[in-house]
Design a protein around this ligand. Structure first.
Ligand code: HEC
Ligand SMILES: [Cu+2]
Length: 494
């Protein structure tokens, strides 16, 4: 048996190291970090923070009492020299007074925790529509005009959708949509309707409020209020798949005036590339931004020479055409109306890219346009490096990765050293490989022998190890220059 004095000796030796370890671990904690729930900036986070501390204090009290009792007993009744061979002292079993006392004390402590817990639960579950409760929170009062009269009595609502692995923020009262960054007015109650498109996510904006899950097939909601303007950092707080740790978001809290401008900018949508304008005619004496976009598309189709040959126009053409970005993305006013990816209408106004993974700002917190352009290029040309598993690249039916395997012919593959033998090595039958090599200009996946065709998996095996430059040579994968042009176009979306 290890004697108590041995244990004390051991403790004496390790205690300094243990405390050093504890202190260094705690040094990693910060009460005011970007995502610290201990630095509340709104009433919901405040209530949650208060509750946290009540629990911590009660637990500290329990710890001190229990540790002191333990220490007292261990020291007072420790084994002393000469104790060997003495009979065991009388043992006590059960003392009703102590037992009832301990039960009563536990109940008392639980009640102390339960009262503020229940209060906080009710508080966070009741939308404060009452004007005495908070500053006027109704739409009509702080956001004059632009809203139909029925909506004026409503609180600002935002439909938050969780996607693997990004966020979309829809403002039904204003008819606008943002992604990964959303704006709210300071000092006003906002109702968030939380929905998931795929798996369970969790909305957590630590300094303002948290956390509520977004569940497929279930309508959850929460209300938030941010005290002051600022830029707040949020994060998905429920494991939701491969890129979960990269599913961040931001909230820009603004003054009423700035918020109104933000909403109006989103409502006006995107301007046509390079300021392209539709010619007014008698049907449309006052062309809108949508008309400009339509005129631009028409011109690209019918009279391409009339389009200026600069990166913005070429980037827009690639976006709408060869690079297939419009399959998933929408840009308001433009022909791009995809619904399964972030809405890019005001993309260049956002301080971060791809759900907070790339930061567009300089040290002063303002968007640095060179950095932004480079981030845009990095993201669209190499998204799989920046966010492993992301569905822009990997989505099975439409992801950008597919561009690496479309438009491929055997003739082109030969230019990068791929032979008939490479096809056989990838599992293609020799009869089919022969036919493929005999038709060097046919799309490789369309060639068939006795209704056998090469599969995409086989093609992937054949092309495994090609560089991105080689992919651009032999398939529809855009070249680096083309990606840079698309980035230049995206940067005009503001
Ligand atoms: C298969 C559908 C799909 C296609 C095609 C697609 N994207 Fe995406 N895109 C996505 C998804 C999904 C995300 C969100 C990725 C993430 O953050 O996990 C995204 C994110 C982005 C973002 C970041 C948006 C933000 O709010 O930060 C940009 C910019 C972008 N895509 C541009 C493009 C361009 C340019 C193309 C064409 C070359 C393209 N996308 C093609 C699905 C697609
Ligand atoms: Cu998530």
């Amino acid at each position: 048996m290890v004697s108590v004095s041995l244990m004390l000796q051991y403790l004496r030796r390790t205690l300094p190291w243990l405390s050093l370890l504890a202190v260094s671990l705690l040094a990693g904690c910060s009460f005011t970090g970007k995502q610290s729930a201990l630095d509340p900036k709104g009433p919901v986070a405040q209530v949650q923070d208060d509750l946290f501390w009540v629990t911590v204090y009660v637990n500290c009290g329990i710890f001190v009492v229990v540790a002191a009792a333990l220490f007292y007993v261990v020291v007072k009744y420790r084994e002393r020299p000469g104790d060997e061979g003495k009979p065991m002292p009388p043992q006590g079993h059960g003392n009703p007074l102590i037992e009832i006392g301990l039960i009563a004390a536990s109940v008392f402590l639980l009640v102390i925790i339960a009262i503020p817990t229940l209060k906080a639960i009710w508080y966070t579950h009741e939308l404060p529509v009452d004007e005495e409760y908070y500053e006027p929170s109704k739409l009509g009062i702080w956001y004059g005009g632009r809203v139909d009269s029925e909506a004026k009595d409503d609180i600002l609502e935002i439909n938050v959708y969780g996607w693997q692995w990004w966020w979309s923020f829809e403002y039904p009262q204003f008819g606008i949509t943002s992604a990964n960054e959303f704006a709210i007015p300071a000092g006003k109650v906002v109702k968030l309707n939380l929905r998931s498109v795929d798996v369970i996510h969790s909305f957590w904006l630590p300094k303002i409020a948290g956390k509520v899950d977004l569940m497929p097939g279930r309508k959850n909601w929460m209300w938030i209020l941010a005290d002051e303007p600022g830029y707040y950092y949020g994060q998905c707080a429920e494991f939701c798949g491969e890129a979960h740790a990269y599913m961040l978001f931001r909230s820009e809290v603004m003054t009423d005036g700035d918020f109104q401008k933000w909403v109006e900018a989103y409502q006006s949508g995107a301007a046509a590339p390079g300021g392209f304008q539709a010619q007014p005619d008698k049907d449309k004496p006052d062309p809108t931004a949508k008309d400009d976009w339509m005129a631009w598309s028409e011109t690209v189709r019918k009279n391409p020479e009339a389009i200026p040959g600069d990166p913005v126009h070429e980037g827009a053409e690639l976006f709408m055409g060869k690079a297939q970005c419009i399959v998933c993305h929408a840009i308001d006013n433009s022909p791009a109306m995809g619904q399964t990816a972030p809405n890019l209408t005001r993309l260049a106004d956002r301080k971060s890219l791809a759900a907070g993974i790339l930061d567009n700002t300089g040290p002063d917190g303002i968007i640095d346009s060179e950095k932004q352009l480079d981030n845009l290029y990095q993201w669209i040309a190499h998204s799989e490096d920046h966010k492993p598993g992301n569905l822009m690249y990997y989505r099975a039916d439409a992801g950008l990765r597919n561009l690496k395997y479309t438009g491929v012919t055997f003739g082109k593959l030969q230019t990068v050293g791929i032979t008939e033998q490479s096809l056989v090595a990838a599992g293609v039958s020799s009869a089919l490989a022969q036919k493929i090599s005999a038709s060097p200009n046919a799309p490789i996946l369309n060639v068939d022998v006795d209704s056998e065709m090469m599969t995409k998996q086989q093609l992937m095996r054949v092309m495994d190890g090609l560089t991105n430059e080689q992919f651009s040579e032999v398939s529809d994968w855009p070249t680096e220059t083309e990606f840079r042009k698309i980035a230049a176009f995206l940067q005009t979306l503001k």
